[in-house]
Design a protein around this ligand. Structure first.
Ligand SMILES: Cc1cc2nc3c(=O)[nH]c(=O)nc-3n(C[C@H](O)[C@H](O)[C@H](O)COP(=O)(O)OP(=O)(O)OC[C@H]3O[C@@H](n4cnc5c(N)ncnc54)[C@H](O)[C@@H]3O)c2cc1C
Length: 430
């Protein structure tokens, strides 16, 4: 029986109270209920009296199915006639590999970085200001930028179609049930590595190949088709086709494509800062009361300033700001949060759109890569601005000082472990 109702936060988020309320609403008795499954849950905090909309299936005197979706069917590709090389094991590469398995094609995944276990050690060394492994960090390595990402699985864009199959595939590989019903599904950086490992195991068990520490330096083109790759480790791989799933940070791959005279086009992007507040402040603003049993509150900002889009990006309630560079001469930060979102900080990217025509003229000689060179120069400036701090420290400024064009005399505590250096960010950010 499908129950659709509106509950108080306590009834919706306390598991035993929720169970009791749903059984009541189904007019059933405890003994006849064989199972309960949430279909959707969303918090409506527009009014002072916060409500939670809940949809659930209550199974009464009938068996509850194991899962609410059709499990993916991955085929055995040990003897497959066709194979495809996938360069990069980020979300795009891993999902491409799974898609090939569903279609009986053997994926050969080539990944420049370390596996998730070693990668955790590389990231710990980075956060402790010891060293940056340029092939294994927050962006590179098994699972790509996705492994230690926040794991938010929703999008503001309504052009992306139905993402429920993506959620089901994550669930099939070990993500918690709640990603299937929460309005804003979130896995958390603490849970993602195990899921990535599980996906790798699916690929290997079905007969695919997974090579970590294997950096592609060139593609082999025959009769105008990409059919293979050359690696920095001296290997050569040949298949029917090549999928480049190397993400945004692999600038070497863009340069390799230019060397092959591939048609590339510059596109606009967004540039900005991470803003951090105490999570309690965000909770009090969004819920107009203490959070209590409710999840850490999120926010989003979309506005126009002088005809230009300014917006929040990848808001991480109860999260951390992390050093996300792949190059020790640059400073890049990003945000993440664990599944319980229980850090005392809330951070978000606040970015401004940079149009192709905004890129300073002196980058024009870089052609399609002009934006990348401009971005790198801003990131280099950020690194220099924090030079007198720890090795991977980041420049920082109080938000009010940034708005008033004033250097901050002191900085508050922050989730960013490598350290901060007070800096006039307003002077060098576009
Ligand atoms: C800290 C953090 C938090 C984030 N939070 C979120 C979030 O909550 N929600 C969200 O939707 N997005 C989030 N993102 C962004 C998201 O992780 C990326 O959009 C996503 O990972 C892009 O996927 P991708 O597969 O295209 O590329 P990537 O994840 O960048 O993967 C590319 C892979 O290719 C490999 N590679 C690169 N060059 C080579 C080469 N030459 N040879 C072999 N392998 C190579 C890399 O090592 C990497 O594994 C976050 C990112 C970070 C860093």
């Amino acid at each position: 029986m499908l129950i659709q109702t509106t509950l108080s936060p306590h009834d919706a988020f306390d598991a035993s109270r929720l169970r009791r309320r749903l059984i009541e609403l189904a007019h059933a008795d405890e003994a006849s209920v064989t199972g309960l499954r949430l279909v959707s849950r969303s918090v409506d905090a527009r009014q002072r009296n916060i409500k939670v909309n809940v949809k659930a299936q209550v199974y009464v005197n009938e068996p509850m199915p194991d899962v609410a979706y059709e499990a993916p069917r991955y085929r055995d590709v040990h003897g497959a006639r066709h194979s495809v090389i996938i360069v990069g094991s980020g979300p795009a590469g891993l999902f491409a590999a799974l898609h090939l398995l569903e279609n009986g094609v053997k994926p050969i995944v080539l990944e420049r970085g370390n596996d998730v276990t070693e990668r955790k050690r590389d990231i710990a060394a980075l956060c402790r200001n010891i060293e940056l492994n340029s092939d294994s960090n927050y962006c590179f390595g098994e699972g790509g930028a996705g492994t230690f990402s926040d794991g938010k699985l929703y999008t503001r864009s309504n052009k992306r179609g139905d993402i429920s199959r993506v959620l089901q595939i994550f669930h099939h590989h070990g993500a918690a049930d709640n990603i299937l019903y929460e309005a804003h599904p979130h896995i958390g950086s603490d849970k993602l590595p195990a899921i990535v490992k599980h996906i790798r195991q699916t690929i290997i068990d079905c007969g695919g190949e997974f090579h970590s520490k294997t950096r592609v330096t060139d593609i082999i083109i025959r009769e105008q088709r990409a059919v293979g790759c050359v690696t920095a480790q001296g290997g050569e791989y040949i298949a029917d086709a090549v999928v480049l799933a190397t993400g945004h940070s692999a600038h070497d791959i863009y340069r390799m494509l230019i060397n092959h005279h591939m048609p590339l086009e510059a596109k606009g992007f967004a540039l900005g800062v991470r803003v951090e507040h105490p999570q309690e402040l965000i909770d009090n603003i969004q819920y107009r009361q203490q959070r209590g049993i409710l999840p850490a509150a999120a926010y989003q900002l979309v506005t126009q300033v002088q005809g230009r889009g300014v917006y929040s990006f990848c808001m991480c309630p109860g999260g951390h700001i992390v050093p996300a560079t792949t190059d020790a001469s640059l400073c890049v930060v990003n945000g993440m949060s664990a599944s319980h979102r229980n850090s005392p900080y809330a951070n978000s990217g606040i970015v401004v759109e940079v149009r192709v025509e905004d890129i300073p003229q002196h980058y024009a000689s870089r052609g399609a890569l002009a934006g990348l060179y401009y971005q790198r120069d801003v990131e280099r400036m950020a690194r220099r601005a924090a030079e007198q701090g720890n090795t991977f420290a980041a420049p920082a400024q109080r938000l009010a000082d940034f708005c008033h064009g004033k250097i901050s005399a002191s900085l508050p505590s922050c989730s960013f472990v490598p350290g901060l250096v007070s800096s006039p960010i307003h002077q060098w950010l576009p």
